[in-house]
Ligand binder design. Structure first.
Ligand code: OXD
Ligand code: MN
Length: 600
């Protein structure tokens, strides 16, 4: 049977490899899914253009105003398929305890059997595309290689923006490549599965066409599978932005940052210095907006690459004020998903893009929409742009450096109305791991549940850590021995509010003032005061020139309320309880230390 499919595969495509491990695996997937034809993606512009035309002919994509938005397209996903589905995302390793309490788990054999039934014949009448791709720069010491087989042109075109892919990757495929299979099937939400098999380096997603579920290079590979690889091989795959800050002397220092959603991660990744800073020669460079792979360099420092090549950003809220760099990035070669179509000039629109919505539009479902008669938003709240990173006005000159950039600071963050101060530094690496492990954000709107309810999201990895969270923390702790010159670890909170619920700190560009202090700490250029929770800035050490915040207000942002922190410590204890004996002793001790300091 396999021979028949191999012959069929050969009849249809120009195979890009003679690698038998690769060909055998493809044959098996072809035999299972039974596509009408198989096409290897070579990554050439000619081939991609042909696919764009095909997608436009079938209505899968819509070509936007090419004068205003050259190379840009609109795609609408199925209305039931508009976001990542954590409830349908599984880590399938042999032992359930290896997946841990924060992941869905199923026995791999059981899951394979279930999935095989769903994939069987799912590509009949369709084309299977073979996408060879690389996470990170091809040939770099960080690089990892994979193949995604998919029956979606949308996936091919998005992967072409988000990853290095095509013929240049093929020579690097060996027997360790990450095997990915995606089928749209019939988009049945009840049978939707996003499954990682970390022991087999296999990713399978079915019944979805939405980016976060099916662009397998991103969350599935670069976080869930890669976190496992990092643990085995002694590195870290993290849900972090990478930002370079150039000071007036021309020196660029780099930080990574992990934030739960709705904390301004993309804005920080593309930070624009406040005017006064710009005048003095400060610049910021974006290396990555979402994922960082971190390895120890020969110099004993931690070095980071962004394994992706594009941004898959949330559209609503992005505008010329909130993030002009992100907006500029979307002006060419971009695929928009589930935004509104502005019928006035055949461009796109989303909530808060401009103060005045277009009078004539189609909403994200393709229905007529106008602000006067609207019963819902024009763009889906999770509508996205897939945009080439090279479009970004502040993209770092080091973006394609195969060795990455050296990291001085790791910044964890969250959205806390009262508890966390504007910034604090951990006492040391172990304490920093503790700080990351208890990261949290409070729910903001009544619609999302009880206002103020805290969701713990360790290292912002809750939905992305591909193994037991307790083992993951232990891996972080173990990394300390390997890093002779580790980055310092900080926590920030841009979201403290006053008694009326207004944000006290202006945020956005002004956050550079805090990052400046963080970097000074890393290079021993400024002092700090020790508190129960870590080191806090002396009030005079954060630059307030040109910002409407006085020292008294800053002092309030830098205060530690012992009662709130005692309550916080209680919550942390309850949160830690679910990890049982997988909770590293070191973190238990850190918590005890915090509790003791708060009692004194
Ligand atoms: C993302 C996410 O899409 O974290 O980046 O959900
Ligand atoms: Mn993310």
């Amino acid at each position: 049977m396999l021979k028949v499919w191999a012959a069929r595969r050969r009849a249809f495509n120009m195979e890009l490899t003679k690698n038998q491990a690769v060909l055998d695996w493809i044959d098996q997937q072809v035999a299972l899914t039974k596509p009408d034809q198989v096409i290897w993606i070579d990554g050439s512009e000619a081939q991609l253009e042909q696919l764009r035309q095909e997608a436009c002919a079938t209505g899968e994509m819509y070509k936007l105003n090419q004068e205003k938005l050259p190379g840009c397209y609109l795609h609408r996903s199925d209305p039931t398929d508009v976001a990542r589905v954590e409830s349908r995302t599984f880590i399938c390793c042999k032992k359930q305890e290896d997946a841990g309490p924060t992941n869905n788990w199923m026995d791999p054999q059981e899951m394979y059997a279930k999935l095989h039934k769903l994939y069987d014949g799912s590509m009949k009448g369709r084309t299977m595309y073979v996408i060879p791709y690389c996470m990170s720069v091809v040939g770099s010491p960080f690089a990892k290689y994979g193949i995604e087989l998919t029956d979606s042109i949308y996936v091919v075109l998005n992967m072409a923006i988000m990853t290095r892919m095509g013929a240049e990757v093929v020579p690097y495929l060996d027997e360790n490549f990450i095997k990915g299979l995606h089928a749209r099937a019939n988009l049945d939400p009840e049978e939707r599965y996003i499954v990682q098999f970390p022991e087999d380096n296999v990713i399978m997603s079915i019944n979805s066409g939405y980016g976060g579920n099916v662009l397998q290079g991103k969350k599935c590979f670069a976080l869930r599978i890669a976190s496992n690889l990092g643990r085995q091989e002694g590195w870290l795959a993290e849900h972090m932005l990478i930002l370079g800050i150039q000071n007036p002397q021309g020196e660029v220092r780099y930080v990574t940052g992990a934030f739960p959603s709705a904390c301004g991660k993309t804005n920080l990744a593309m930070l624009i210095p406040p005017e006064g800073y710009q005048k003095n020669g400060w610049k910021c460079w974006c290396v990555g907006d979402d994922i960082a792979w971190l390895r120890v360099g020969a110099d004993g420092r931690l070095w980071a690459v962004n394994p992706e090549k594009g941004f898959f950003g949330v559209a609503p809220g992005t505008n010329a004020k909130s993030n002009p760099n992100a907006l500029a990035t979307t002006h060419q070669g971009t695929i928009f998903t589930n935004v509104a179509l502005n019928l006035e000039d055949d461009t796109v629109w989303w909530e808060k893009l401009t103060p005045n919505p277009p009078q004539h539009a189609l909403d994200w479902k393709g229905n007529p929409w106008s602000p006067d008669t609207a019963t819902g938003p024009a763009a889906h709240p999770n509508s996205r742009f897939t945009a080439p990173a090279e479009n970004c006005p502040c993209i770092s000159p080091e973006f394609n450096n195969p060795n990455g950039v050296p990291i001085s600071a790791i910044i964890f963050g969250g959205r806390r109305a009262k508890t966390a101060p504007l910034v604090y530094q951990s006492r040391d690496w172990q304490h920093g791991v503790f700080v990351g492990s208890v990261m949290a954000s409070e729910k903001t709107a009544a619609a999302e549940g009880t206002v103020g309810e805290t969701r713990r999201d360790p290292m912002a990895m809750l939905p992305f850590c591909g193994y037991h969270m307790g083992d993951y923390w232990q891996h972080w702790l173990d990394m300390e021995k390997a890093i002779a010159n580790p980055p310092k670890i900080f926590n920030v909170n841009w979201f403290r509010t006053d008694d009326q619920g207004n944000f006290i700190w202006p945020g956005f560009s002004e956050n550079l003032r805090v990052v400046e202090w963080i970097l000074k700490r890393c290079f021993d250029e400024v002092g700090a005061r020790e508190t129960e929770i870590g080191y806090l800035p002396n009030v005079e050490d954060i630059n307030l020139d040109g910002v409407d915040v006085d020292r008294e207000t800053l002092a309030s942002l830098l205060s530690v309320d012992r009662d709130l922190w005692r309550e916080e410590a209680k919550q942390i204890r309850a949160f830690y309880a679910q990890f049982g004996d997988k909770l590293p002793q070191t973190l238990e001790k850190e918590l005890e230390g915090l509790e003791a300091r708060l009692q004194d």
